[in-house]
Design a protein around this ligand. Structure first.
Ligand SMILES: Nc1ncnc2c1ncn2[C@@H]1O[C@H](COP(=O)(O)OP(=O)(O)OP(=O)(O)O)[C@@H](O)[C@H]1O
Length: 237
């Protein structure tokens, strides 16, 4: 396939199934051969019933899961790079600079406070400490994490607070491609709206976004296109 310069994420013939070796080699077919491309400024919403494979697809895009067939290309340093077959070091570089991922759970680093945790991705990219601190503080404020909590490690925070720290830690970097796995799932209406605003701003900066959103109002507000997850059986037929 050839793609123009606006394509940021592309899946080619992506198929994924699981074999549970400890359960009598039970085979679970999940994704059929999926092809799609997401361009700069697009917010594509993954569509499909519960268990269809939306999170699995997202993990294949982020190279957490290795598909049995096909590959995913991510724009990195100007070129579409095959993340599926990249070396671990190259995958980490793509994730550090080109592809952000808001997963459903915050990965807490023991003893690291919330503000430091949110600043850290920017410091890794070489952003000056004062600017990183200001950007992290602005986001934490917008996401309504009270300032008195910024010094605390978020391990004991509520589910919704942890999810907001998780969102801040990813959205603080202006990634050109972004994966969002139900970022609004445990949030109240005001914070949900803040996330909608942040994602809209990212699209406005020409980020390419692939998202899973179960909330109908959020889908309505954000989705300018839908990608239907193709089950394995359908593609094989
Ligand atoms: N690591 C794994 N090992 C075995 N099976 C898995 C694994 N990850 C996912 N699956 C299976 O793949 C199928 C798709 O799961 P997935 O979480 O991708 O669906 P989903 O569309 O995101 O669902 P939901 O909307 O309910 O979150 C499920 O049947 C699940 O049991």
């Amino acid at each position: 396939m050839t793609y123009d310069d606006t394509v940021m994420i592309a899946a080619e013939g992506l198929a994924k199934s699981f074999t549970l070796h400890l359960q009598g080699a039970t085979h679970i077919p999940v994704l059929g051969r999926m092809d799609f491309a997401v361009r700069a400024g697009e917010c594509a919403i993954l569509d499909g019933p519960s268990g269809a494979g939306k999170s699995t697809l997202m993990r294949c895009i982020y190279a957490n899961y290795l598909p049995q067939e096909g590959r995913v290309l991510i724009r990195h340093d100007g070129d579409l790079t095959d993340i599926t077959h990249a070396e671990p070091r190259a995958i980490l570089d793509i994730r550090r600079r080109s592809l952000g991922y808001v997963s459903q759970f915050l990965r807490v680093i023991p003893r690291v406070g919330t503000l430091d945790l949110v600043m850290e991705p920017l410091l890794t990219l070489g952003v000056a400490e004062a600017e990183a601190k200001e950007r992290a503080a602005t986001l934490l404020s917008r996401l309504r994490i009270p300032e008195r909590m910024w010094r605390l490690p978020p391990g004991t925070f509520s589910g919704g607070e942890q999810q907001r720290v998780n969102i801040a830690r990813v959205m603080v970097v202006h990634y050109p491609a972004l994966l969002l796995d139900e970022p609004t799932a445990s949030l109240d209406a005001d914070n949900r709206q803040t996330v909608v605003d942040l994602v809209t701003e990212a699209c406005g900066r020409s980020a390419a976004i692939v998202g899973i959103f179960h909330d109908a109002a959020v889908r309505e507000a954000l989705g300018n296109r839908t990608i239907t997850v193709t089950p394995y059986e359908k593609a094989a037929a």
